[in-house]
Design a protein around this ligand. Structure first.
Ligand SMILES: [Zn+2]
Length: 327
């Protein structure tokens, strides 16, 4: 041991540190989330997420060009429809807001990968991720009828030109149902990025302002996972693998890096980490107060996701991070 071994020898010089660096963060690791709203020339900042906007389709296109020019390979689209109803019509209608945004982005920036969030909570009047039971058990989210809606939604998104379908509602069997729906519609080449381990997290708060998708009653703990559980995440991964998922996501990221690590060990698929709204807003608030160095904190956080095993990172910091990382 000491004095023979001196780990500081390899930290002596910047080039030497560069040579022995174990993980690398690049712009190609990043995915930028965008929120589409109806209308024209609209860019409305989300109050709890400084620097994040609800954008009309024309503005989404401008943003997509900027994202692509920054070297970021993909965006993920969320939609805020004109009207919400019990059937989540806005989610699966061919003239839905996300379908329109997808078509416009693919026409303007064909090389940018468009990932589309496939869920119903932004489109239902009650804000839950599926069909609700009526009558005595009113309020319960029905699993199997919801799968039919998700199938329809994914096919219409693929029709609009989506490159990757990303189901997020944590319904049992949703990967299999969506795969079957896509295949039947001749979209067997469209991959599924499953929100495989999605926790019922308080870190989603600001997103619900952005997507106007807060549940009108109750919470999502009957379908999203309990933050106390990690073995259950491995079970979810196993099922999604068997159902045909092409990529797996862990959400949130910062408080769940042990899960990212375990998911990485448990599968050979690419793993995505969703650096969620609450994680973003905490850093932004501290940075705006001058309490932390935003650039350093963000890049350190994103690097830590890579170290944990993430291949891809969905983050609201993506544009800033791409600028800081450079070419
Ligand atoms: Zn949902």
């Amino acid at each position: 041991m000491f004095p023979v071994h001196r780990p500081r020898r390899l930290r002596r010089h910047p080039q030497l540190r560069r040579m022995v660096q174990e993980n690398v963060l690049t712009r190609a690791d990043l995915i930028y989330p965008l929120f589409a709203v109806p209308g024209d020339r609209i860019a409305k900042e989300v109050s709890s997420m400084p620097g994040v906007y609800q954008l009309s389709v024309d503005k989404i296109v401008e943003e997509a060009k900027e994202v692509y020019d920054l070297g970021i390979p993909a965006v993920i689209l969320f939609g805020i429809p004109e009207d919400k109803d019990t059937d989540a019509t806005g989610a699966w209608h061919d003239c839905g807001i996300v379908q329109k945004a997808t078509e416009a982005v693919k026409a303007a920036v064909p090389e940018l990968m468009v990932i589309v969030d496939t869920c119903l909570c932004e489109y239902t009047d009650h804000g839950h991720c599926g069909y609700l039971q009526t009558g005595d058990l009113a309020g319960r989210v029905l699993n199997d009828p919801t799968l039919e809606l998700l199938k329809k939604t994914a096919v219409s998104q693929a029709n609009a030109g989506a490159d990757i379908i990303a189901p997020s509602g944590m319904m049992d069997g949703f990967v299999q149902a969506i795969r079957a729906g896509l295949d039947a519609a001749n979209f067997e080449e469209i991959p599924i990025l499953s929100y495989a381990a999605k926790y019922a997290s308080a870190y989603y708060g600001p997103f619900r302002d952005a997507a106007e998708s807060a549940p009108q009653f109750g919470d999502r703990r009957t379908y999203q996972m309990d933050p106390a559980n990690s073995r259950e995440a491995l079970k979810e991964i196993e099922l999604d693998l068997a159902e045909g998922a092409d990529m797996l996501m862990v959400k949130p990221a910062l408080a769940y890096m042990d899960i990212i690590w375990q998911v990485k060990q448990a599968s050979n698929l690419p793993v995505a980490a969703y650096n969620v709204s609450g994680e973003y807003s905490m850093v932004k608030a501290a940075a705006l107060n001058g309490w932390v160095d935003e650039e350093k904190v963000v890049l350190e956080t994103l690097m830590s996701f890579k170290r944990s095993g993430a291949d891809l990172i969905l983050t609201y910091h993506a544009k800033d991070a791409a600028r800081w990382l450079g070419a």
